[in-house]
Design a protein around this ligand. Structure first.
Ligand SMILES: *Cc1c(COP(=O)(O)O)cnc(C)c1O
Length: 381
């Protein structure tokens, strides 16, 4: 198999057979002419399949070392398809630091329908897996997690949770890491999830999601749900993800370099109480990060000694970092999770420290980014 840097550019994509166009065309069509009843070239209707989407799905499958990729209209639509494989009475064991929207979907949509959820810290795999029940069907991991950048040992949890339990599926939300930094299927997971909105698209210009698997049966179920529920991405959005993917490895190298410099800088600042970044030796799972990830990625969180109000003033005072939700684009973003991305967990045991600040470190000059953080500190003091 070709190397990752080659796959991001070529996997799933051939120059267009009819014109030689190098870039996969945007097949902006809802339907396809049939040569006779039931005789067609593999495409009947664009909810079921579209050639631009097929190219993206094949590319994503190759990047995560899977055999099946499925693209969705958003990251949440992709998670929805995964949970839709479960039945009332089934149980999900999830890590307790996770994307706020995932928690909202689990608790406010699926709990009502009779699926039960347990959230637990996963730093210690044995303690985490003590929460498994006979009716557990899905183990949901997010690593690095959002917003605290905690890690799960994917290999250990996959092995232990499936030992003697053939019905358990392990899914990893790989949005923060991307397949360039971490490949969960190689570590024993059954499903990989991405919000392609973030690093895979990489330019803050689309919303999308994906699921990748090697399991034929799971892929069949997901394909059925994708077509039945219909939360599919349009061809233009698929094209934009394909285009973003071409530079994924180059971007992730620089995101990681810039984030490490910023995390080191924050750690030196007296006003900063704690810094969360898996690339710092002070991170409690530094060794696991080195084992499981190629690089530590572009997300950094930190808390100020001065607390929540100071955090909000700080986040409003940066000039290059834009105050915005989302992450993974070329531009740097700053946000306060408790009041923004994670507001839906505020009443829960998983509520985030209101003084926490999250950075999505972009590809600007790192010296400019550090100067921006320094001036924001002075301006907000
Ligand atoms: C953004 C995000 C999602 C949800 O994806 P959307 O594309 O916004 O629907 C899920 N998980 C993580 C880790 C995310 O960052």
């Amino acid at each position: 198999m070709a190397e990752f840097e080659t796959l991001v550019i070529h996997a799933g994509q051939e120059p267009d057979p009819s014109t030689g166009a190098i870039m996969t065309p945007i097949y902006q069509t809802s339907t396809y002419r049939q040569e006779g009843v039931g005789r067609h070239r593999g495409y009947e209707y664009s909810r079921t399949g579209n050639p631009t989407r097929t190219a993206l799905e094949r590319c994503l499958a190759a990047l995560d070392d899977g055999s099946h990729g499925l693209a969705f209209a958003s990251g949440m639509a992709a998670i929805d398809a995964i949970v839709h494989m479960l039945l009332p009475g089934d149980h999900v064991l999830a890590v307790n630091d996770l994307y706020g929207g995932t928690y909202r979907l689990f608790e406010y949509v699926y709990a009502k329908l009779g699926i039960t959820f347990t959230y637990s810290a996963a730093e210690n795999p044995a303690e985490f897996l003590a929460n498994l029940r006979p009716e557990t069907r899905l183990v949901w991991l997010e690593t690095p997690s959002n917003p605290l950048l905690r890690l799960c040992d994917i290999a250990a949890i996959s092995e232990l949770s499936k030992r003697g339990r053939p019905g358990v599926m392990v899914a990893v939300d790989n949005t923060f890491a991307t397949p360039y930094l971490q490949r969960p299927l190689q570590l024993g997971a059954d499903l990989v999830h991405h919000s392609t909105t973030k690093y895979l698209g990489g330019h803050s210009d689309l919303v999308g999601g994906a699921v990748i698997t090697r399991d034929e049966r799971i892929a069949g179920q997901l394909r059925f749900l994708q077509n039945s529920i219909g939360a599919v991405p349009g061809p233009l959005d698929c094209f934009l993800v394909l285009r973003g993917l071409k530079t994924l490895s180059v971007r992730m190298d620089r995101h990681s370099q810039n984030a490490l410099r910023i995390a080191e800088h924050l750690q030196e600042m007296k006003v900063v109480a704690s810094v969360f970044y898996p690339g710092l030796p002070s991170h409690p799972q530094y060794e696991l990060a080195r084992r499981q990830m190629r690089q530590p990625g572009g997300m950094v969180s930190f808390a100020l000694h001065a607390g929540a109000e100071a955090a909000i003033r700080f986040a409003e005072a940066t000039r290059i970092f834009s105050l915005a939700e989302s992450l993974g684009g070329v531009e740097s973003l700053i946000e306060v999770p408790a009041a923004m991305t994670h507001a839906s967990t505020s009443e829960s045991p998983m509520a985030v420290d209101p003084g926490l600040i999250r950075l999505s470190v972009g590809l600007e000059s790192v010296d400019d980014l550090i100067a921006d953080l320094d001036q924001a500190l002075v301006a907000s003091a």
